[in-house]
Design a protein around this ligand. Structure first.
Ligand code: PLP
Length: 443
């Protein structure tokens, strides 16, 4: 890895960092200056193993040569093409490749630039779909407690994380929430999908009884709620949600911003669970994090519902300047080639068992309250320090970065891991060995 260590900039003040304790970071910056395959390089030159695929996104590993080359070529060929009224070939090619990986008749793709935009796009499509079909009263949106759907107003309204909502006013009206599927008493230390909890899908019937189906546009859930600590769906839960949505004409949206592109051993979680939603949101893994991109896959019937009326009229008044940006499309195509060429989704499937076994090896260590492995990800709950929720998690993160040379996510006192899918069995051992030492150190 030809990378010289570079120093931390003198003035850290001007940058207001997202979802970060800014003052703590600026006192002791976790600064990264390079990356290759399974590793990051810190500003002091240390090589750290990446246990989180950046932010759940670099599924093909870092700085992969074919992706880098594709981006470089595209930048020198077509820096930008207007997204409205004009386009470029790679946008259509990539849409086709994405649709080909999706189950059922999810065969049209609307592009945007992030997971948050994908969610807001899907919610808008749901509202507009009912509108164009003459069901304008279907305006309610149903999310789920502990759901994360990005930071747009739509996403935080259907999301179920109080800190993401409480500072931002009244939000979107007409939103309701299903209960979380997580219950530690019933599910602790389950490997994969827990046995208990499918009945929680029936809460949707209760919300329908309360609001009436004629007022409900869509339900949005993450197949595995990742950002709040990796909460796999109870066995049978998603099927039940699908059936209830079908019964009432409600659209079902799977937010697969994290679960898409191999995290659970398949192109989409929809395939793993054998449930075809009406829309799938994706981002992150589509370009292996190399260029921002997001999008929404929609079923044929939804797309067709819009393709009516005079042909010179815009069918959906929505889009972004950088929808299907040429660099993102080039990166996306090269990334999908890598996933296919190296069999990375199958690799994730094969590694799921050794990964879960190694994760479960942490059971019994001090403060470990639950471990939830699924696919190539895991959430590990640590007990909070008295009156200092999140402190133990941050101490673990710091120890990992500064002393044990391993990176992962800390969500409060839950440690979340989701390595690039290229990791080896010995790297699984390395990651969990380091974690065991960190968990003991923060006891
Ligand atoms: C399920 C889900 N939806 C949406 C988002 C938002 O994505 P972005 O940060 O790209 O806006 C995330 C981000 O982690 C996510 O996990």
């Amino acid at each position: 890895m030809a990378l010289a260590a570079s120093s931390v900039p003198n003035d850290l003040e001007p940058y207001w960092m997202p979802f970060t304790a800014n003052r703590a970071f600026k006192k002791r910056p976790r600064m990264i200056v390079g990356a290759k395959d399974m590793h990051y390089i810190a500003s002091d030159g240390r090589k750290l193993i990446d246990g989180a695929a950046g932010l759940w996104c670099t599924n093909a590993g870092h700085n992969r040569e074919p992706i880098v080359a594709a981006i470089q070529r595209e930048a020198a060929t077509l820096d930008y093409a207007p997204a409205f009224q004009f386009s470029h070939p790679k946008a259509f090619e990539l849409a086709g490749r994405i649709a080909a990986l999706a189950p059922g008749d999810l065969d049209h793709v609307f592009f945007c630039n992030s997971g948050s935009e994908a969610v807001d796009t899907a919610l808008k499509i749901a509202l507009a779909y009912h509108n164009v079909r003459g069901n304008a009263s279907r305006v309610r949106l149903i999310g789920r407690e502990r759901g994360y759907h990005g930071v747009g107003f739509g996403g935080i309204a259907v999301g179920g994380i109080v800190n993401n909502r409480k500072q931002f006013g009244a939000l979107f009206t007409g939103v309701d929430h299903l209960p979380t599927t997580y219950n530690r008493e019933k599910q602790a230390f389950s490997i994969g999908e827990p046995e208990w909890g499918a009945h929680l899908a029936d809460e949707l019937d209760r919300l329908v009884a309360l609001h009436d189906a004629s007022t409900i546009a869509a339900v949005i859930v993450e197949p595995v709620a990742a950002s709040t600590g990796v909460l796999p769906p109870p066995k049978g839960y998603l099927e039940r949600l699908r059936a209830i949505c079908d019964k009432h004409g409600i659209l079902l949206i799977f937010d697969e911003v994290i679960t898409g592109y191999g995290r659970l051993g398949y192109a989409f979680a929809a395939e793993r669970y054998g449930v075809v939603p009406d829309m799938i949101t994706f981002a992150k893994g589509i370009t292996s994090g190399a260029v921002p991109m997001g999008g929404v896959l929609v079923r044929k019937g939804i797309y067709d519902a819009f393709m009516k009326g005079p042909e010179h009229v815009i069918e959906l008044f929505h889009g972004y300047t950088y929808s299907a940006h040429p660099l993102a499309c080039a990166a996306g195509l090269a990334t999908l080639d890598l996933y296919r060429g190296e069999g990375l989704f199958e690799r994730a499937r094969k590694l799921e068992t050794p990964w879960a076994k190694a994760a479960m090896g942490l059971k019994g260590l001090p403060n470990v309250l639950d471990i939830r492995p699924v696919g190539l990800t895991v959430g590990i709950d640590l007990a909070s320090k008295p009156d200092a929720v999140g402190k133990r998690g941050m101490e673990a993160l710091d120890l990992g970065f500064f002393e044990y040379d391993v990176m992962f996510r800390a969500v409060g006192d839950t440690l979340a891991l989701s390595p690039p899918l290229i990791l080896s069995e010995s790297q699984i051992g390395e990651i969990f060995d380091k974690l065991a030492r960190i968990i003991k150190a923060v006891a």
